[in-house]
Design a protein around this ligand. Structure first.
Ligand code: NI
Length: 185
């Protein structure tokens, strides 16, 4: 089932999400719905707060980026209660977008690689080191769990340039090809 994507301005995107408990009801269906929603919107990552659920759950599939970034080939993951344990010192700035901010693309500086632990869709604990653009996708989605959004760190000038677009997103005035839910302010 395709779910509406909550847009920038909605308070759920600013909450600190809670851990997913063991035996969370309907988890399998929720994960399937999140993948369906993400693919429908042509996204490569989706965090549960973006569908209005303040829980620590991410779905990711970087495969559409694999031509430009080979490390994304087959990078499909479900991450439950992820914890990034280590960030590389080396950082790179690359352009990002977000399904909750349609039409906005900004360069974001991020560490090149991370070490992360999480539970997979079967609640089996996994640990891995992830690098390149795949690490960027994970970090972007992970931030959503702490109420952060990728444009939070952009310069005042860049923010000013995006002001009109952001106002329109808050009002729900977007040209999205997917279902959305605006804050209604
Ligand atoms: Ni996002």
């Amino acid at each position: 089932m395709i779910l509406p994507v909550y847009l920038y301005g909605h308070p759920v995107l600013r909450q600190e999400a809670k851990d997913v408990p063991a035996n969370y009801p309907g988890l399998e269906k929720l994960i399937a719905d999140m993948f369906e929603t993400m693919y429908h919107a042509e996204g490569i990552g989706l965090a549960a707060p973006q569908i209005g659920l303040s829980i620590r759950l991410l779905v990711l599939d970087g495969d559409p980026m694999s031509r430009e970034y080979p490390e994304c080939k087959g990078f499909k993951r479900v991450m439950i209660n992820p914890v990034i344990e280590e960030y590389s010192d080396r950082e790179t700035a690359t352009e990002e977008g977000c399904l909750s901010l349609p039409g906005i693309h900004e360069k974001v500086m991020r560490p090149d690689s991370i070490r992360i632990k999480y539970a997979d869709e079967n609640m089996v604990e996994r640990k891995e080191r992830i690098g390149g653009f795949a690490a960027r996708i994970v970090q972007h989605e992970y931030e959503h769990l702490d109420g952060l959004i990728f444009i939070d760190g952009i310069s005042a000038i860049r923010r000013q340039l995006n002001k009109k677009k952001l106002t329109n997103i808050i009002k729900g005035q977007t040209n999205c090809s997917y279902k959305t839910k605006a804050s209604g302010k």
